[in-house]
Design a protein around this ligand. Sequence first.
Ligand SMILES: C[S@@+](CC[C@H](N)C(=O)[O-])C[C@H]1O[C@@H](n2cnc3c(N)ncnc32)[C@H](O)[C@@H]1O
Length: 506
Amino acid sequence: MRSDFPLHPGNPEAFPTVREFLAASGYSEEFLRSHFRIPSIHFLLYPYGLQAEYLNKKYEEGDSLPLFLTRLFIAGRTFERAILEEKLTPNVVSAMEQLGLLVPGDTSGLRCPATLYPALGVFVASDRGFRPEGPGYRGKDYVMSGTEHICRQFIAHISQAPCETFLDMGTGSGLAALLATKFSKQVWAVDITPRAVAYAGFNRLLNGAQNLTVLEGDLFAPVQGLSFDRISCNPPFEPPLKDGMIFSVGGEDGEAIIKRLITEIPPYLKPGGRLYCQVCGTDREGESFDERILSWLGEARSDLDAILFVRLILTPNEYAIQQMLGENQDSWKLQEWNMFYHKLKATQVVVGHLILQKRSSVRPTFAARRNFGPDTTQREIEWLLEWETQCAEPGFAERLLESRPKPGLGWELHVRHGLQDGKLVPLSYTFFTKYPFETNLHVAAWMAMLVSRCDGKATAADHYQFFASRMPLPKEEYLRALGALIGADFLRIDGSEPPASPEAAA
Ligand SMILES: C[S@@+](CC[C@H](N)C(=O)[O-])C[C@H]1O[C@@H](n2cnc3c(N)ncnc32)[C@H](O)[C@@H]1O
């Protein structure tokens, strides 16, 4: 462990005392959100966030225990021992001292050298964000809190279905791994920096997560020979023009660590196993981000399904400006950013989630790219994966032909007309929906007609007969089209309906 790691996990008998105290203290994410009227506790943890304004206020005796703990653990305030012992009890203060959670402050009294906060039902310690006038940490191996918006999005899209083995790659403070201990029998967490490993190990003991193993190393090196039902990863993916932090910069083009992860992952997924990865990369002239991801898989492509769920698309210039503003970079740097993207021939920056799935039977694999809609959540993602997997399974064509499709909900058909030989004629047909995914599906005229004929009574085989007797239509093309219409909820069949949209549920 690095000598500058501020906590002391070497006194394991002190953890239960602190854990029980915190659990009963009322210091919860809900408390923080409602007391400070903030949508996310990151507003408190972010070094330039609300903490200075709200939390450096003078201590008042009437302060509730959760508010007192917020000042102690988030604002980093120093308190006299007598006040601490009165609020926390001498026993708890002593346990916290043993763990390094309380150390001598800059004046007399005690303070917490890291941050310690409630997150998603567990307690997490991580580095205090750096401010020039404050005591935060500014090393390249800074360990982020996991409360950042993008980290929460990453966590929200990991399946929580029960499983045997789970790996959180690039675990940082270990939040995703700690959450996984609740639905996975055995969890591993890996990080390349000793500091992250030390925090994740501390948090493991703090939360009493006995089924979690924390290992240090470069990507899969520490887990060679093991394989997993689920792997999660929120990798560094920023271009090297950013702060140079280990948690954020993803190699020379920002995609280098994602590329290594994808290239190396195949043996580490069990059959049916999935990777849930937060990604950011670029669509480039002649090659989209998802196409590049498939090329990284190489021969393993025949074993792995891949779906890229796109949450946000920005022009390279917009993305650069956003990142520069976030870091307070000088405006002259914009030219460097633009040059960087120009060299990559980047046309847009894509932020989203990648899911890879190792097939569990002999079948063709599938690849897709979908756009988030306003109501897309993890439920819709899981539904699409199930649907695409069914479509690829042997025997599914017969089931599909026997089904009785009916229209899905909430879509529109946009028909573009134009003049041809002096007559107004339909030129193109586009189905549009925002749920379960935002989809613009350009279709042939016969597909638009197919949807209008689907009444839930005739079978898909009947519809095929209708079209095949009037035009050349290979059955495979018909089935592919039907699958695409169902996968976007333009059509539905019994047993494959997407989750109810919030609108439909209301
Ligand atoms: C964006 S942070 C995510 C941290 C945490 N998973 C979260 O969501 O809050 C990326 C993490 O990956 C780690 N990392 C970077 N390169 C790595 C590598 N080659 N092998 C393992 N971990 C790595 C960093 O140290 C950092 O903790």
